[in-house]
Design a protein around this ligand. Structure first.
Ligand code: ADP
Length: 307
């Protein structure tokens, strides 16, 4: 990483090279960075909040539309059904969907003396924070530059009164961007458990995943496993699963990189319908193939993580 900064890539403001890397020459913030010596003044509070949470997990995907938010929601509800206390943070600042999926759309986050109070979803009491619940009008387009997004994400981590939780899941935007770097650097002192990578079976999605894997490796983030979404199609009449796309891509990828395939979720019209209305798939259709698949993945995740 230090080599990247010295060769002119990225801002080293939170590294030991803050204000001293080649890239800092000519930057108006150089003097301030040198003074702070790469120490983030927010870090103490971040550590305090995050150390009260046992497992901190990023949900990543190479491209949009592969079902990353649906997986973040499904996993958080399944984990909560296993008697875990769970938080879900929507870090997808420009395309937030978690408020709707967790049925807290329109609810406003309250600021108290302890910080922002996360919203409690009617879906298994999962605690939720999303930019959609901070803005005055949730339909407004969010056209924010990096620093503003960074500030908000940090506030979700540092200024939110999460309390003691077993899990916190970060639903990130597709690809690797400012948002990912912000979460990763905020969590660097509190040992995040790692990342779950979501893909679909098609080759094009799998190709973008390689970039996610390389990002994780470069940033020192452990990859907990891969989830293959839209793996097969559930017939709405007989519930039989048929395979529209070539299957087995995620297995190959897992083998190639020595990663764990946590499980596969089929295209299930019950999931789409529940997402549209913000209802709970697991109470409405507990025996649907997607519900069963999510429960299996949650169990697999629990057994994969250290006790
Ligand atoms: P992303 O977060 O990757 O952009 P979303 O989770 O928003 O993707 O999913 C995109 C669309 O696909 C949504 O309408 C969602 O309801 C639907 N979807 C995702 N996964 C499934 C699935 N397994 N079965 C049916 N619909 C799905």
């Amino acid at each position: 990483m230090d080599d990247d900064y010295n060769s002119g890539m990225g801002c080293p403001s939170e590294s030991s090279l803050a204000g001293r890397a080649k890239v800092c020459d000519g930057c108006p913030g150089k003097a301030l960075c040198q003074k702070q010596g790469g120490v983030d003044p927010d870090q103490e509070m971040i550590n305090l909040r995050m150390n009260a949470i046992k497992y901190k997990i990023l949900i990543l995907s190479g491209k949009g539309g592969v079902g990353k938010s649906s997986i973040a929601v499904g996993l958080s509800i399944s984990l909560a059904q296993h008697s875990n206390k769970v938080g879900l943070v929507d870090v997808d600042i420009c395309g937030p969907s978690i408020s709707k999926l967790m049925a807290v759309e329109g609810a406003k986050v309250v600021n108290t003396q302890y910080g922002w109070t996360p919203l409690k979803s009617p879906h298994e009491d999962v605690k939720v924070m999303s930019v959609g619940n901070i803005l005055e009008h949730s339909d407004n387009a969010i056209i924010w530059r990096g620093p503003r997004k960074t500030q908000l994400i940090k506030r979700f981590i540092k200024d939110t009164f999460w309390g003691r939780l077993d899990y916190i899941l970060f639903d990130t935007p597709p690809g690797t961007s400012d948002e990912h770097l912000t979460v990763v650097s905020a969590l660097k002192n509190v040992k995040p458990e790692g990342a779950i990578i979501v893909t679909t079976p098609q080759q094009v999605a799998l190709t973008t995943i390689r970039k996610e894997i390389n990002f994780c490796r470069k940033m020192g983030i452990r990859i907990i496993g891969i989830v293959e979404n839209m793996s097969g199609y559930v017939c709405p009449c007989c519930q039989e699963v048929s395979y529209l796309f070539q299957s087995g891509g995620a297995e190959k990828l897992a083998d190639e990189y020595g990663l764990k395939l946590l499980g596969k979720i089929p295209v299930d019209s019950n999931l789409t319908a529940c997402a549209e209305e913000g209802s709970n798939l697991f109470t409405k259709h507990p025996d649907s193939p997607a519900s069963i698949a999510f429960r299996k993945i949650a169990t697999e995740l629990e057994t994969t993580l250290p006790r």
